[in-house]
Design a protein around this ligand. Structure first.
Ligand code: SF4
Length: 575
């Protein structure tokens, strides 16, 4: 049995505790040094050779700084460890010419680390962080595999790599100037924004220019970390086509949490699994369908490993509209900006429903949200005021304190109600002492959702809650939202582009149509399937349902299924 110990340096603070971990450790009590302080005395250290995996130190530490995982066996080739008592990664995905290689897995199990290793940003150390081995030694560990060839070329500088990183909202902080300074080629997709400053761009626009800047680089290997965030469904599928075209002659690796996009985009898939923040393992490569289905099942067949106690199923119970009382009825609404017209047909929000709002970007969805929230007065149409708690699309992380402090601003976080409604289901305990401005995108998203749902309101409005969340967290969020709505007899509105999330959680939808940036038209709410079908008809894209898992899958354009469904005008999920 091997015991992996990780100590979070942001949480461990030996000056503020009584060294409870060391006092609790049975090995330390035998006068051995299993847990001790580092040379500076500012961080605890655990000797994994002495550790017996009792985990008493985990319970004893007042700040939740320790994670210990007991492994029955090694998980493959240890390729990297950042330092003593830190995260480690086993195995690596192999880029393949002519293929889009998809990487799928929960957050914090090493997908971005793997990309950065392939990029050359992180130097492989095979777990030896004190005496980092030479690349030749590293290569010998991959003898006979595609990675041997890759790293040999890497050593000879015969491989050029282009990398699109995850957090595109940081681009304006790193690059000043205009889009024309950032991109070489004026593609038709960026004509409208060519002379705009980077700091004025929306998340979707930043994502597009980040992808185009990567594609236009002269490279042999292209790495894309979460390319679909902030893009609408149409843009996601168009981007998928661009990336697939690139892969005709190059190697491409993509990390993606939107299963529909990943499915449409990839040729083969590697699953990442492990214990978030402690260790990650890369599976063998799998066909796209098998890979995604095994991931959803929580069981990897070839590896004979269970990666999750329960399966993720898309065969969900849906609200039958037993509740017909409306929380809000709104008349036809009209609003106009300088060059943009927005018309919203009359409708209502029902008590106990999750209402999905979707359509292409720049059609006025967020404006509609702001009108409902009372932040914007429309030119025409007024309705009774209700209390709306709003999670905005873009998350600001400039709060200087900890998660505990930001949550305490408006909530009694020590109450039983807050604990059972939010801290436990959203697994917030381990984030409490983290600084808000140091949270990852996914962690910040969770906090923003909780801050929104914890307010007293009639309707909760979540703008792009899926951004930065991994598949498991998205599905868990969907389940939690349904429970939240049913237990509190309230309503949730979701603006999002992840069709699978919307399919999973929504009862009805409002579909936005129009010409992006010029005019938007929101239809009255309709049942979910009818809304998605209408939306996909406008995009001329069809989805079928995977009969075993209930998972909607995009049909390849021009395929037999695609043609049949279009003929029947069944754009979404023919059985
Ligand atoms: Fe104190 Fe916890 Fe660090 Fe141990 S791990 S020294 S108990 S803060």
């Amino acid at each position: 049995m091997k015991h992996l110990a990780v100590i979070d340096p942001k949480k461990c603070n030996p000056n503020k505790c009584h060294h409870e971990c060391m006092k609790a450790c049975p090995i330390n009590r035998q006068d051995k040094q299993c847990i001790h302080l580092n040379e500076k005395g500012d961080l605890a250290r655990i000797d994994e050779d002495l550790c017996i995996g009792c985990k008493l130190c985990i319970k004893a530490c007042p700040f939740g700084a320790i994670h210990i995982v007991n492994l029955a066996e090694e998980k493959g080739q240890l390729v990297h460890q950042f330092g003593k008592n830190t995260f480690r990664l086993y195995n690596l995905p192999a880029p393949k010419e002519g293929f889009v290689v998809g990487l799928l897995g929960q957050n914090s199990v090493g997908k971005t680390t793997a990309l950065r290793i392939l990029f050359g940003d992180i130097k492989l150390n095979l777990g030896d962080f004190e005496n980092v081995p030479k690349l030749k030694e590293v290569i010998s560990k991959f003898r006979g595999t595609e990675l041997q060839n890759f790293f040999e070329k890497f050593e000879n500088k015969e491989i050029k790599v282009a990398y699109k990183s995850q957090q595109v909202d940081k681009i304006p902080m790193l690059f000043k100037g205009k889009v024309s300074d950032f991109l070489k080629n004026k593609r038709k997709e960026v004509e409208e924004i060519w002379n705009r400053k980077l700091k004025e761009l929306s998340g979707g626009e930043l994502q597009k220019i980040a992808i185009f800047a990567t594609i236009e680089r002269d490279a042999d290997l292209y790495l894309f970390d979460e390319p679909s965030s902030y893009l609408d469904v149409k843009q996601r599928l168009e981007l998928a086509k661009d990336i697939r075209k690139l892969a005709e002659t190059k190697k491409v690796v993509v990390v993606e949490h939107d299963l529909a996009t990943l499915d449409f985009l990839s040729d083969i898939i590697y699953i990442f699994y492990g214990d978030a923040g402690v260790f990650g393992v890369v599976s063998q490569n799998k066909s796209v369908r098998d890979g995604i289905n095994q991931f959803l099942d929580g069981f990897l067949i070839q590896e004979n490993i269970k990666i999750r106690p329960e399966e993720i199923s898309f065969l969900v119970r849906r609200n039958k509209f037993a509740l017909e009382e409306s929380i809000l009825e709104f008349p036809e609404i009209y609003h106009k900006f300088k060059n943009f017209d927005l018309k919203i047909e009359k409708g209502e929000i029902l008590k106990g429903e999750v209402l999905g709002i979707f359509g292409e970007n720049a059609l006025g969805k967020t404006t509609f949200a702001r009108i409902l929230a009372g932040e914007l007065k429309p030119k025409k149409g007024s309705f009774n005021k209700i209390r709306i708690s709003h999670k905005p699309q873009y998350l600001s992380s400039d709060f200087k304190g900890t998660v505990r402090e930001v949550l305490s601003l408006k909530n009694d976080i020590y109450s039983t109600e807050f604990r059972t409604k939010f801290i436990q289901p959203y697994d917030l305990e381990k984030l409490m002492e983290k600084k808000v401005d140091e949270l990852s995108g996914g962690e910040l998203q969770k906090i923003a959702i909780v801050l929104c749902l914890a307010q007293k309101a009639d309707v909760y409005l979540l703008d792009e809650p899926s951004a930065y969340l991994d598949v498991e967290t998205r599905i868990k969020l969907a389940k939690d939202l349904r429970t939240f709505v049913e237990k509190n007899n309230t309503s949730v509105l979701i603006i999002d582009h992840d069709l699978l999330l919307l399919d999973y959680v929504c009862d009805r939808t409002i579909v936005f149509e129009g010409i992006p940036g010029i005019s938007g038209h929101a239809r009255s709410p309709v049942p979910l399937r009818e809304g998605i079908n209408e939306f996909l008809k406008n995009l001329n894209i069809t989805f079928r349902v995977d009969p075993r898992t209930g998972r909607p899958r995009a049909n390849k354009i021009g395929s037999q299924k695609d043609k049949e469904q279009k003929k029947k005008k069944d754009f979404y999920c023919a059985a």
